[in-house]
Design a binder for this molecule. Structure first.
Ligand code: PEP
Length: 266
């Protein structure tokens, strides 16, 4: 039986765009996709604005009944209280978010987000009824040592260890080699496939085929419209988490169209 996972093209805006720029971007993206008769059943498109733009994106998506989904870039591990500057999973869910990115390498680097904190974020996101996009991936050092697959698989294991089958099946994993993020150095399609396949096979061993086949595994790291078609042709690559190229609306729409086209034969 062939397994059908709807590919996801996820644009991580990081700390870019205020709410007016975000609104303009979403309007233009919707217009470009509508113009291209884009089929959202073949490819999901999700945007990850900063917290300050989420409400504007929600209003627009709901008012114009857009098919674009959206989420947040991080979340607090606590539900409420004296945590100045934090935003809870429930607050994010009430803004209509479907997803939260968890453990992005920039969060791991610039904030005290260790493995324990990342597990708690995943739990908070799931408890609020959203799906976590868990970012994993090796640095140059692990790749130099030839342990990149074990490293990425280990990062997923660290998070899924205490999750139930049902919780794990709601996870989305983004394999993002740190050396490829924002550098223009993209992983080869073979290497993206190898890592995605290793992660899926490990999930299969621990949780069984239903869970392994349900989890979408994205590739992230310098994805553009020039390399997207080859990367998405890999059987275990179910879409992309995109940084730089997601700031250019024409480029993002082009990548989404390429991904949607690639599913026609799947
Ligand atoms: C990212 O930030 O998750 C990312 C993959 O960035 P870029 O596409 O710019 O490499």
């Amino acid at each position: 039986m062939t397994v059908r996972r709807i590919p996801l093209v996820a644009g991580n805006w990081k700390m870019n765009f205020d709410h007016l720029e975000a609104t303009y971007f979403v309007q233009k993206l919707a217009w470009l996709l509508r113009d291209a008769h884009f089929d959202f059943k073949r490819c999901e498109v999700a945007l990850f604005p900063s917290f300050t733009s989420l409400r504007s994106v929600q209003v627009l998506v709901e008012a114009d009944r857009l098919r674009v989904t959206y989420g947040a870039q991080s979340v607090s591990v606590t539900t409420q209280g004296a945590f100045t500057g934090d935003v809870s999973a429930d607050m994010i869910a009430h803004l209509g978010c479907s997803y939260v990115i968890v453990g992005h390498s920039e969060r791991r680097k610039y904030h005290p987000e260790d493995d324990a904190n990342i597990v708690d974020q995943v739990r908070a996101v799931l408890a609020a009824g959203m799906q976590p996009i868990l970012c994993v991936g090796e640095s140059f050092e692990e790749r130099r040592q030839g342990i990149e697959l074990d490293f990425a698989v280990g990062q997923v294991r660290d998070v899924t260890r205490d999750l139930s089958d049902e919780e794990t099946s709601k996870l989305i994993v983004a394999y993002e080699p740190v050396w490829a993020i924002g550098t223009g150095m993209v992983a080869t399609p073979q290497s993206a496939q190898e890592a995605s396949c290793a992660i899926r096979e490990d999930l299969r061993e621990t949780f069984g085929a239903d869970v392994a086949d349900a989890v979408r595994i994205l590739y992230g790291g310098s994805v553009t419209s020039k390399n997207a078609a080859e990367l998405i042709s890999q059987p275990d690559v179910d879409g992309f988490l995109i940084g730089g190229a997601a700031l250019d609306v024409d480029e993002l729409a082009k990548i989404a169209r390429l991904v949607s086209k690639s599913t026609q034969g799947r």
